[in-house]
Structure formats: structure tokens, C-alpha cells
Ligand binder design. Structure first.
Ligand code: GDP
Length: 200
């Protein structure tokens, strides 16, 4: 799993023209603001400051690309649910997000959901949007805030709601719960990339 320790910031994208070439493999992270998305990215890549947990307006509304290895990327999507997002900002993102979803290098999406809240209406909208992507995995974050039976109930309830639309797991950046499982899922998606080009 050493590649997760080698993640580095690649670029911020604010318009279609800035998207990196659609080559290789990428996995994108989404979630409501405050869901624990930045903490999850930092825990999974073992880079404390990679996805900034401090929210600088403007910056978090861009797509931030990180490179794990040549042609293997993670993408940090803007946190949704900001009441302050203007219609104009929303209009600028949507084509960008749709373009990302259509890329053949996008091998999967990770949705971060606060395990105490469960799937909200905006998460549900994201899950529906993600049906046109190649795969969706849900991290039920901050699981350290739940006791064992609450955590099991949160996982059961999310899994039932998601059905065949996504896989789900418990996650805690604070305690390290589920980091390995998330890395394995992401690695499996990223290695899908080579099957075309690296085949003998
Ligand atoms: P983002 O807005 O989705 O990127 O969320 P952040 O990663 O910035 O986290 C939002 C808040 O939740 C911060 O106060 C974090 O310290 C807290 N948080 C994130 N992950 C965890 C976790 O695993 N456990 C607990 N207890 N708190 C967390």
C-alpha cells in the first residue's frame, strides 16, 4: 500500500479546460461539508495536510487532484450543502462534475457520510447522480462517536438504503477504523486502469 504514502497535490481545476488528460485512473471523494471528507482523504493517504481541513472559501469549491503514482489520481470534490453557494457557483460546477463522471479514467466515487446522521437528502441525490459512474463506495465517517451496536445499526441501515447502488463501510479517521478496507477498495479501482494498457 506504499502508494498511499506518496500522494502529492497535482492541481486545482475550476473549468473544463483545466481537467487533466483523461488517461490512467482516478477515484473521486465527495460528501457534505463537515462530513469528514478531508480527514478521510488525509487518513487514507497518510498525509495529514494533503486535503486541507481548514476550509478556505474558493479553494474548496474547486476540484483538487492528487497524484498517488503516475496516472493514478485522487480527486477531492467540493463539499456540498453550503447554504452560501450561489446559483452561479453551482452552475459552474455542475458541468465540471458531469464531465468528471463521464471520464473513462474515473474508476469510482467515494461518498463520505457522517455515521451519526446517515444519508441525508443531498447524499441521496449524489447517490442517484453516481449511478452513471462506474462504482460508488460509502464511508460512514466519525464511527468513533458511535458505540458498537449503534455503529452496526448505522452500517445496516445505510447498506439497506443503498442496496445495489453502492457498497458501504464504517470509518474513523480519528481511530483509524476502516482505513485499510477503504485503501483496498480504492487500490482495486485504481488498478483497473492498467488492465487495458499494461496487458501483455
Ligand atoms: P469536511 O468538511 O467534510 O472535509 O470535514 P473535515 O475532515 O474537515 O471534518 C469536519 C469535522 O469533523 C472536524 O471538526 C473534524 O475534526 C471532525 N472529524 C473528522 N473525522 C473525524 C473522525 O473520524 N472522528 C471524529 N470524532 N471527528 C472527526
Amino acid at each position: 500500500m506504499s502508494r498511499f504514502g506518496e500522494a502529492r497535490f497535482l492541481l486545482s481545476v475550476a473549468s473544463l479546460a483545466q481537467l487533466p488528460a483523461d488517461a490512467g485512473a482516478e477515484v473521486a471523494f465527495a460528501g457534505r461539508s463537515n462530513s469528514g471528507k478531508s480527514s478521510a482523504i488525509n487518513a487514507i493517504t497518510r498525509r495529514r495536510g494533503l486535503a486541507r481541513t481548514s476550509k478556505l472559501p474558493g479553494r474548496t469549491r474547486l476540484l483538487n487532484f492528487f497524484e498517488l503514482a503516475p496516472a493514478q489520481r485522487l480527486v477531492d470534490l467540493p463539499g456540498y450543502g453550503y447554504a452560501s453557494v450561489t446559483a452561479a457557483e453551482r452552475e459552474a460546477w455542475l458541468p465540471l462534475l458531469d464531465a468528471l463522471r463521464a471520464r473513462s479514467s474515473l474508476k469510482g466515487l467515494v461518498l463520505v457520510v457522517d455515521s451519526r446522521r446517515g444519508l441525508t437528502q443531498s447524499d441521496e441525490a449524489f447517490v442517484e447522480w453516481a449511478r452513471d459512474a462506474q462504482g460508488l463506495h460509502v464511508l460512514l465517517s466519525k464511527a468513533d462517536k458511535l458505540n458498537r451496536s449503534e455503529a452496526a445499526a448505522a452500517l445496516r441501515s445505510a447498506s439497506e438504503r443503498l442496496g445495489s447502488r453502492a457498497t458501504a463501510q464504517l470509518f474513523s479517521a480519528l481511530r483509524g477504523t476502516g482505513i485499510r478496507e477503504a485503501q483496498e477498495k480504492i487500490s482495486a479501482w485504481l488498478s483497473l486502469a492498467s488492465s487495458g494498457s499494461d496487458a501483455p
